[in-house]
Design a protein around this ligand. Structure first.
Ligand SMILES: *[C@@H]1O[C@H](CO)[C@@H](O)[C@H](O)[C@H]1NC(C)=O
Ligand SMILES: *[C@@H]1O[C@H](CO)[C@@H](O)[C@H](O)[C@H]1NC(C)=O
Ligand SMILES: *[C@@H]1O[C@H](CO)[C@@H](O)[C@H](O)[C@H]1NC(C)=O
Length: 408
């Protein structure tokens, strides 16, 4: 088309078309540069080392030059927070903060100096939230400190927050197995200081929901029941509930759909599932978790779509629904009989779901779905607002969790 048009005798048009053509060639070369960069990025991601960095972002140590030995710098009261290190069975050193509940701290006659001596009385006094943060940054990150403040004052609980291996001032480098070990070490520390399992509410945010689910499964395996498990802005595995979803929704910095172009290539799905080593499959942990679970997600979460929490809730619900026996699909047409059977199964599931699941709309806030089966309550809270990072700070959500797990 361009060439044909060039036979046009008008000089001006020619110049314009020339520029257009040059521009087009330049555009094409930019596209190839981008394609090469993209291919390079994807190739890098096939190395567990780089994948790890992208999944955990543990090299992003925000706030910059954080002084984790002085929680006061980040707004917590003087000597209310014990900064210390846990040692894991494989000898990693894990940085941790233990924040005393506000009422207990305020009841002390003066600012304590030997904080270690107040850990046991505080654990005896009130329940404790064992908090597992998401990827990137440290336990001193602003929004995280805001969470400890809210929980220690609004709920009047103690908070133990750790930085996994490879994060902040902890040693080592992150892996699914390693983070799970760190979580169990933190749990054991609470028990060894006199907390009962039922005094501890496990709470994870984002990547921390994967850690919480793995810990919950380990505890379930040995017949231990924490007060509950709270999964906020959950991703079902890292990254995400199915490889198809990885391809569709893995966003870099919340903007660039990184993997989407890959989805167009044949065989890419299998390749990515084979290559991903950092999984945190919270759906697979479901059958092993015996404690009650609360899952919450904001509808305006742009990092991890709220559908991840639907998938997770469904995984908890599934064993209690009539089976959906899908006939082998192939290059054939289902018979009327097969269709009728399938439809009947779906109707039965829908009816059972309706009798099992309690649905409550909360005006201007969101909704709550909940069911109880075999001594386990599973709750799904969807909020209209909160986004990814600020969901834990939604007071309405905090109130629901507090009530659900009787933190009075
Ligand atoms: C554990 O690590 C520390 C350094 O972090 C080292 O000094 C110590 O020897 C190690 N212990 C064992 C048993 O490996
Ligand atoms: C806080 O604790 C330290 C010892 O860990 C002590 O030296 C300091 O005086 C305490 N701060 C206040 C304000 O009492
Ligand atoms: C769940 O339990 C089964 C055995 O009951 C075990 O094989 C599996 O490894 C457990 N999964 C997790 C995530 O702990």
């Amino acid at each position: 088309m361009l060439r044909l048009a060039r036979t046009c005798p008008i000089f001006l048009t020619m110049t314009v078309l020339d520029i257009l053509e040059k521009g087009f060639i330049r555009f094409r070369s930019w596209v190839s540069v981008f394609a090469v960069l993209y291919a390079g990025l994807i190739a890098l991601l096939s190395f567990p080392y780089f994948q790890g960095h992208l999944v955990y972002l543990n090299a992003v140590k925000l706030p910059f030059f954080a002084d984790l030995t002085t929680p006061e710098k980040y707004g917590l009261s003087p000597n209310r927070t014990l900064n210390f290190h846990l040692t894991t069975p494989d000898n990693e050193s894990i940085g941790a903060w233990f924040v005393l509940n506000d009422q207990y701290y305020q009841s002390l006659p003066s600012i304590p100096s030997d904080l270690q001596a107040y850990v046991k009385p505080a654990l005896k006094d009130r329940p404790t939230v064992l908090f597992f943060h998401g990827n990137a940054a440290t336990r001193a990150f602003k929004v995280r400190v805001a969470i400890y403040k809210a929980l220690t004052s609004r709920w009047n609980v103690n908070v133990l927050a750790i930085d996994y291996r490879g994060f902040a001032d902890s040693t080592g480098s992150p892996s699914e197995e390693g983070l799970t070990r760190d979580a169990l070490t933190a749990w054991d520390w609470l028990l060894s200081n006199g907390a009962k399992a039922n005094d501890i509410l496990i709470m994870g945010h984002s990547l921390g929901t994967g850690v919480s689910s793995q810990l919950g499964a380990l505890l379930g395996n040995e017949g231990t029941k924490p007060r509950g498990i709270v999964l906020l802005s959950a991703s079902n595995n890292i990254p995400f509930s199915s490889i198809r979803e990885v391809l569709d929704s893995y966003h870099l910095f919340g903007m660039v759909p990184l993997m989407k172009p890959l989805a167009l290539l044949p065989g890419a799905t299998q390749l990515v599932s084979w290559v991903l080593v950092h999984k945190f499959d919270s759906v697979r942990a479901v059958p092993n978790i015996t404690a009650s679970v609360l899952i919450a997600h904001a509808e305006d979460d742009w990092d991890i779509p709220a559908s991840h929490s639907d998938v997770l809730f469904q995984a908890y619900l599934e064993p209690h629904l009539p089976e959906l026996a899908v006939p082998d699909f192939g290059p054939k047409v289902l018979s009327d009989e097969e269709w009728a059977k399938l439809t009947a199964q779906q109707v039965a599931r829908k009816e059972k779901r309706a009798t099992l699941v309690d649905h409550t709309d909360i005006h201007n806030f969101g909704y709550v779905d909940e069911f109880e089966a075999g001594g386990q309550t599973v709750t799904l809270v969807k909020t209209h607002a909160g986004g990814h990072d600020y969901l834990p700070l939604q007071e309405g959500l905090q109130d629901i969790i507090k009530k659900k797990f009787s933190v009075f």
